[in-house]
Design a protein. Sequence first.
Length: 135
Amino acid sequence: MDIHERMEDAEDRLEGWIKNAVEEAQREVFGEEKRIDDGDLQTINEVDEALKKRGDDGLWGSVHYRIYTEENDEGDEIVSIDTFGVPMIPPDVDVEMEKDRRETYNDILSDYGVAVSQKVEEQFEEWRSERREQA
């Protein structure tokens, strides 16, 4: 499989990796040992909707991924991934909440965003490792 085919294969798999990562991160951050109650989660979802209405990606869509090619130390072209963005509630969002609640929500959302990114990157590294073994 040449570099372009590998890149296309990774891009085709990215949506599935994200879906798996989101599900795992939601279970970890908002599941059994959750740090906020359902009312807090509802407020976070209201913030997400308010951000979308004003044209932003919303909270849940704020982590982005980029698959690209680069050269490794041996000069071989390889497929890599970058993740960037963390869900954060901006101070000017049109949803009422106290400053300390916003900080608590942002801490939890940051943990969630990091967990999703790490899980996507782990799946990507597994895929890349499998491709190396096949080469």
